[in-house]
Design a protein around this ligand. Structure first.
Ligand code: ADP
Length: 510
């Protein structure tokens, strides 16, 4: 690049200029100025420069320019100076990146500088004009720094940014957000297009959360995990969003938020969830096998005896004349053995029920929260939840794992029933109250699924009763047994018609 040395034109004021020395002009400038030679030494410094850097002229002359630069930038600055001298041109420093310079006493100052090459005979010198930053510059610089910080955080978190203008139904999406939504590089889109990018199965849920925020019925933060469709292979991608609403004159003005790709986490969760449900099925099968073996063991010998007595009775009755006494004795034996089998079964059940369970004082709210988390991670979290919790509900006394298991079973059943019926807007309500007149809590789980018809309802608590192709039919019978073991009861509301409604009770701790 060519040097931009001064090329003074002949002007009528030349005489006048002859009367002023260059030194005087240099010293009259408000801005600090130093002239640096090709070797990097200061060969001139005006009064303003001496004032700003608090050096005397003698101290400044001959000083390497890097003496005015903080130690940590010096090496870089020397290299940069050499590069600049190879191709000098007029430019500024410190407008985009922070330029720190040093006073004589070592104090650092944020400054802005401009560099102009000046040809002095065969040598190229650099005239450095230095100005301190004014308030606006400072504010600009702070803003730039904070934007840069934000950009780095965003990059590190691999997050996309969206900004929904609720008044005009338009959404600004940054490049990363557009990538996540698979909308190319478009940056401002109609709200409907933003919604359309969400997977059809999650769109209603997304819309419900959005409407809650817009109608100001859900606080000012909204978060959720949704699927988006990837074109062209329609691969599913999961994103987690976190939005913050801003209100103005009692209306939601905008929702600003970020979204992150959580597909990997979701795939891992799905694999774990599958593994868990396989283990659970295996476990249920094992429990069934062990229970059946225990029952067989207990009633096998009475049954064998019943068969033998029956054979004797049969034969005694076939003789002519009938051996009445023998037949009577044999039938008496049958009765005794059958009663014995019944007693043994009762003993077995009593033994199993006698097992002590560990109970503790618990907050039902807390157990519900944990159950919801588990459902979420098991892939059963996509429904609209209504929580109706009585304030200041006393603590219950129960076994936490067992109560959580019951909640998970009931809610899973609801979600499965609604999925089988392809219910668009699946809703589950959990209601927590005190059972009137009792020292007990009553928990109600209600869904808007298909419900249970009259014929089926009388069997649902029977072990191994199921209407699902891969069901095991033990969830409800185990849930009932668990609630009873904790001192409560579990039942279904037979009159509820808008879905299914289960209730269970648990005793308060005090
Ligand atoms: P499984 O879930 O393995 O079938 P369960 O004992 O948990 O075993 O449930 C038994 C049956 O009760 C289910 O197969 C289903 O027919 C019925 N059921 C349970 N909960 C619901 C519900 N919320 N809505 C409709 N049907 C239900």
């Amino acid at each position: 690049m060519a040097n931009h040395s001064l090329d003074p034109k002949v002007s009528p004021h030349d005489d006048f200029l002859d009367k002023i020395s260059f030194r005087e002009l240099f010293d009259a400038a408000v801005e600090a100025m130093v002239l640096v030679d090709a070797a990097g030494h200061i060969v001139m410094a005006n009064c303003a420069a001496q004032r700003v850097f608090e050096y005397t002229l003698d101290e400044m002359l001959g000083l390497e320019i890097e003496a005015l630069v903080p130690e940590r930038y010096r090496e870089h600055h020397r290299k940069y100076r050499k590069l600049y001298l190879a191709e000098p041109y007029q430019r500024s420093m410190g407008s985009t990146r922070e330029l720190m310079l040093l006073k004589h006493d070592g104090q650092e100052m944020a400054m802005r500088a401009s560099l102009s090459p000046i040809n002095v005979e065969t040598e190229t010198c650099i005239l450095v004009t230095i100005s301190t930053l004014n308030r606006r510059d400072e504010a600009e610089r702070t803003l730039q720094a904070s934007e840069e910080r934000f950009r780095l955080i965003q990059q590190a978190a691999d997050a996309g940014v969206f900004d929904i203008d609720c008044a005009n139904n338009r959404v600004y999406c940054d490049r990363r957000m557009c990538e996540l939504l698979n909308n190319g590089t478009e940056e401002i889109m109609a709200l409907e297009k933003f919604f359309a990018a969400i997977h059809p199965d999650d769109r209603v849920r997304f819309r419900v959360i959005f409407d809650d925020v817009v109608n100001m019925s859900a606080g000012n933060t909204c978060r959720g995990e949704f699927r988006v469709m990837q074109q062209p292979d329609h691969r599913e991608r999961w994103i987690a969003t976190l939005g913050q609403a801003q209100f103005e004159n009692g209306r939601t003005k905008r929702i600003v938020g970020i979204a992150r790709d959580i597909t990997e986490r979701k795939l891992l969760e799905k694999a774990l969830q599958q593994q868990r449900s396989e283990i659970e099925t295996l476990f249920s099968q094992q429990v069934a096998v062990i229970t059946a073996s225990a029952i067989a063991h207990e009633i096998n010998s009475p049954l064998t005896a019943v068969a033998a007595y029956s054979d004797v009775a049969h034969r005694a009755l076939s003789y002519r004349p009938i051996e009445k006494v023998k037949a009577q004795e044999a039938l008496e034996g049958c009765i005794q053995q059958a009663l014995q089998a019944g007693r043994k079964l009762h003993e077995l059940i009593e033994f199993l029920q006698k097992r002590e369970i560990q109970t503790e004082e618990l907050s039902l709210n807390r157990i519900i929260e944990d159950a919801l988390l588990q459902l979420h991670s098991d892939g059963y979290g996509s429904f609209h939840l209504t929580l109706d919790l009585e304030p200041d509900l006393p603590l219950i006394r129960a076994n936490k794992i067992q109560v959580q298991k019951v909640l998970v079973n009931l809610i899973k059943n609801s979600v499965q029933a609604m999925r089988i019926e392809n219910i668009d807007h699946s809703e589950i309500a959990i209601i927590l109250k005190t059972l009137p007149g009792e020292n007990m809590a009553i928990v109600t789980i209600r869904d808007n699924g298909p419900g249970i018809d009259e014929k089926t309802i009388s069997h649902i608590f029977d072990p191994f009763f199921t209407t699902k192709p891969t069901g095991f039919g033990v969830g409800l019978s185990i849930s009932r047994a668990l609630i009873e073991a904790n001192g409560g009861q579990l039942w279904i509301d037979p009159d509820f018609r808008e879905g299914a409604q289960f209730h269970f009770t648990l005793p308060y701790a005090s």
